[in-house]
Ligand binder design. Sequence first.
Ligand code: HEC
Length: 180
Amino acid sequence: VGLRGGLATLAGCLALAACRKAEPPIYDVGRPAASSEIAAWDIDVNALGAGLPAGGGSVHDGEAYYGALCAACHGPRGEGTATGAQLIRPESATVPLRRNIATHWPYAPPLLDYIRRAMPPNRGQPLGADTLYAIVAYLLDANHISVANARVDSATLARVLMPARGRFVLDDRRGGRELR
Ligand code: HEC
């Protein structure tokens, strides 16, 4: 083989080894996620409204959507049923007061986030942004939470002041008791 041939073979092996190392093993399953697929999952909204989708909707439209999509489980007036939580604070003393949007939601944007991810639970795809804003507008209004011009949108939802805002404390404990 000779010295030069040996060096050439060695260089070839090294180059091949380097190439092999750079390439991840191929198992021939799956494929890279398309950016549109990642975007479809990347829908979280935070308490201050970051991540809200573009769009808006009215109390009026929301009432109709609520009746068609939500009332079956949450009750025609949001009073709750055996299957669905109470959403609207009951006006009648005969309906028992339970946890609802007025008593337990300190910020408005997570309401849209939650409904988009989870409601109606028997639906595979999230509702569209305008439908979601309309439903949220209706639920806020029905709870006597003030929404300007009887509608909410991506710019105004985070400004809605929820009655439960002062009922929660930031849990910044380090060790110590389980409950503050
Ligand atoms: C098939 C029955 C069903 C339908 C339809 C339905 N929900 Fe629900 N919803 C539930 C159940 C059950 C829960 C409680 C889930 C849990 O606690 O894990 C819930 C919880 C909720 C909550 C959280 C309540 C809280 O304070 O914890 C909200 C908000 C909500 N639903 C909104 C809606 C809206 C808006 C619609 C219509 C777009 C809707 N739901 C349609 C069954 C339903």
